[in-house]
Design a protein around this ligand. Structure first.
Ligand code: NAD
Length: 497
C-alpha cells in the first residue's frame, strides 16, 4: 500500500505519529494510499525548517524570487497531465475540470511572478520640508495554509505562491482526503530552485491544525473549508495573535429573471450546479425562479439533469464524476431524504444510481428539487453535492431579499436581459462575488477571491492584491538628512510645514 508522508526541509519525511488516514479512489471505491496524520512534533519540525529558511529567503531580491516562480510555472506546465491525473484519482472530478482547476491555480503562480512590481510600495518626496516618507511591505515570517478537499491544487495555490513570492516561508496542511497533489507541487517547487524549508507540506487532520494554531512561530494562517471550522480557526488564531483569513462554506443563489435567455440560464446552471458533482464553494445550489419563468425552467432543467453523463473522471464522456468519499455520498443522499420529508418536490431523484463495473464507486445522479421553501434545511444548509433546489419568487425584490437574508455570502448570479435589473443587483446584493449572466463568477488571479457574511471570517480576501497585503506587513519610514541644520528639542506634536 502506498504511504503518503510529509515534505519537510526539501525532502520526504516519515511522520512520527502512529495515526494514518485512508485515501480513496472515488471512482472505484478502493483505498489507494494511507496518509500519515501528523502530530505536534511533526508539525513543529516543519516550523523549525521554515523558521531557519526565512532569513535568507526573505533577503533574496523580489526579482530572484520571481525567477524561481517562473521556473515553477514552467515545471507545472510540463507536468500538467500527471498533476491532473492525481487530482482525478483522489478527488474524483472529471479530467477536463481537474485540468481547468489546475490552470486557475497556475494563474496565481503567474500573478506571483510579477512580485517585483507588486512590492514596489509608495514614496512621497517632501512630506515636510526636506522630509521624505515611504511605505513598504515586508514578509511576515512563517505562514501556514489549511485547505479543503474540493480543490487539491487550486486552493493551496491561492495561498503559497503569493506568500512565498512576498518572502515568507510556508507550511501547507492539505486535506487528508486528497493530499498527493500538494506533495507533487512541493517536489516541483524544489526542482525549480526553491531552497529547502521554504515550502513544507504537513499532512494531517485536527491534531495538525491545532498544532498550527498553537505554534507561536507561525505568524499568519490562511484557511479555506467549511464555516464551523473557519470560525474555529478564525477565533483561535486571533486569540493566539496571528493574522488570519478563514474562508467558509456557501449556498450560492442563481436568480433567473423572466426576461432572460432561458437556454443560457439552464446551461449555465447545469455546469454550475452539477460540475465537479456540486463539490465547489462557488456551485450554484439554489435557482431562484422569478415569476413565469419557473415552469419552463424546471422543465428544461429536469430533462438535462436526467441525461447527465455520470462516470469515472478519466472517462472522456463523463460530465460528472463520483463524490469524494462514501461518507460524503451518504451525507448528500441524506439531505435529499430530508428534502423529501420537508415537502419539497423531488423532480429528479439521483439517489439510486448504480454504474456497471463501478458498483463500489461513490456515485450518485443529479437531483433536482422544486418548490423549496426558505425554512427547509435543504435551503438553509450547504449540501455540497449534485443537488439543485428551485425556489420560486414572485418578483425581483423577493428574489433579492432571499439572497441577502441567507447566512452565507460567497457567490451569486443573475440571468437577465435587462441592464437596470443587472445593475441594481450588482449594487444591492450582499454577496462577495457577483455574476451577471456569468454562472460561476470566480475572480481571476489578479483580482481577489472572497465572500461576505459567514463565508469569510477576517479582513482580507484571498490571492490577487489582497493576497499580497495579507502576506506582508506595512512599514512606513519618515526620513531627513539634516546636515548643517541646528535643531532644538520640540515638545509639541510635530506638524509638517
Ligand atoms: P472541512 O472544513 O471539513 O476541512 C477543511 C480543512 O480543515 C481540512 O484541511 C481539514 O483537515 C481541516 N479540519 C477538518 N475538521 C477539522 C476540525 N474539527 N478542526 C480543525 N481542522 C479541521 O472542509 P472540506 O469538507 O474539506 O471542504 C468543503 C468545504 O470547504 C465546503 O464547506 C466548501 O464550501 C468549503 N470551501 C470554501 C471555499 C471558499 O473559498 N469559501 C473554497 C473551497 C471550499
Amino acid at each position: 500500500m502506498n504511504s503518503i508522508e510529509h515534505f519537510i526541509n526539501g525532502k520526504t519525511v516519515k511522520g512520527s505519529s502512529k495515526r494514518t488516514g485512508k485515501v480513496f479512489n472515488p471512482a472505484s471505491g478502493e483505498v489507494s494510499s494511507n496518509v500519515n496524520l501528523a502530530n505536534t512534533a511533526d508539525l513543529n519540525k516543519a516550523v523549525e525548517a521554515a523558521k531557519k529558511a526565512f532569513p535568507s529567503w526573505s533577503e533574496k531580491t523580489p526579482l530572484f524570487r520571481a525567477r524561481v516562480l517562473f521556473k515553477f510555472k514552467e515545471l507545472i506546465e510540463k507536468n500538467y497531465d500527471e498533476l491532473t491525473k492525481i487530482i482525478v484519482s483522489e478527488h474524483g472530478k472529471v479530467y477536463e475540470d481537474a485540468k481547468g482547476s489546475l490552470t486557475r491555480g497556475l494563474e496565481v503562480v503567474e500573478f506571483a511572478c510579477g512580485i517585483p512590481q507588486l512590492l514596489k510600495g509608495e514614496f512621497t518626496e517632501n512630506v515636510g520640508t526636506n522630509v521624505d516618507s515611504w511605505s513598504m511591505r515586508q514578509p511576515f515570517g512563517v505562514c501556514a495554509g489549511i485547505t479543503p478537499f474540493n480543490f487539491p491544487a487550486m486552493v493551496p495555490m491561492w495561498m503559497f505562491p503569493i506568500a512565498i513570492a512576498c518572502g515568507n516561508t510556508f507550511i501547507l496542511k492539505p486535506s487528508e482526503k486528497d493530499p498527493s497533489c500538494s506533495m507533487k507541487l512541493a517536489e516541483l517547487f524544489l526542482e525549480a530552485g526553491l531552497p529547502p524549508g521554504v515550502f513544507n507540506v504537513v499532512n494531517g487532520d485536527k491534531e495538525a491544525v491545532d498544532a498550527i494554531i498553537n505554534n507561536k512561530d507561525i505568524a499568519a494562517v490562511s484557511f479555506v473549508g467549511s464555516t464551523p471550522i473557519a470560525k474555529y480557526i478564525y477565533e483561535n488564531c486571533a486569540k493566539n495573535e496571528k493574522r488570519v483569513q478563514a474562508l467558509g462554506g456557501a449556498k450560492n443563489h442563481c436568480v433567473v429573471m423572466p426576461d432572460c435567455d432561458l437556454d443560457q440560464a439552464v446551461n449555465g446552471l447545469m455546469g454550475a450546479a452539477y460540475g465537479s458533482a456540486g463539490e465547489r464553494c462557488m456551485a450554484q445550489s439554489v435557482a431562484v425562479a422569478v415569476g413565469k419563468i419557473a415552469d419552463p425552467l424546471v422543465e428544461s432543467l429536469s430533462k438535462k439533469v436526467e441525461s447527465l453523463k455520470i462516470g469515472p473522471g478519466l472517462d472522456k464522456k463523463s460530465q460528472m464524476g463520483p463524490l469524494v468519499t462514501k461518507e460524503h455520498l451518504e451525507k448528500v443522499k441524506g439531505y435529499v431524504d430530508i428534502g423529501v420529508k420537508e415537502g419539497a418536490k423531488l423532480v429528479v431523484d439521483g439517489r439510486n444510481l448504480k454504474l456497471q463495473g463501478y458498483e463500489n464507486g461513490f456515485y450518485m445522479g443529479g437531483c433536482l428539487f422544486d418548490n423549496v421553501k426558505k425554512d427547509m434545511r435543504i435551503y438553509k444548509e450547504e449540501i455540497f453535492g449534485p443537488v439543485l433546489s428551485v425556489v420560486r419568487a414572485k418578483d425581483y425584490g423577493e428574489a433579492l431579499s432571499l439572497v441577502n437574508d441567507h447566512e452565507f455570502g460567497n457567490g451569486t448570479t443573475i440571468f437577465t436581459r435587462d441592464g437596470d435589473t443587472g445593475r441594481s443587483f450588482a449594487s444591492n446584493v450582499k454577496i462577495g462575488m457577483v455574476g451577471i449572466n456569468i454562472p460561476i463568477p470566480v475572480p481571476m488571479a489578479f483580482h481577489s477571491f472572497g465572500g461576505w457574511k459567514r463565508s469569510l471570517f477576517g479582513d482580507q480576501s484571498i490571492h490577487g492584491p489582497e493576497g499580497v497585503r495579507f502576506y506582508t506587513k506595512l512599514k512606513t519610514i519618515t526620513s531627513r538628512w539634516p546636515s548643517g541644520i541646528k535643531s532644538d528639542p520640540e515638545f509639541v506634536m510635530p506638524t509638517m510645514k
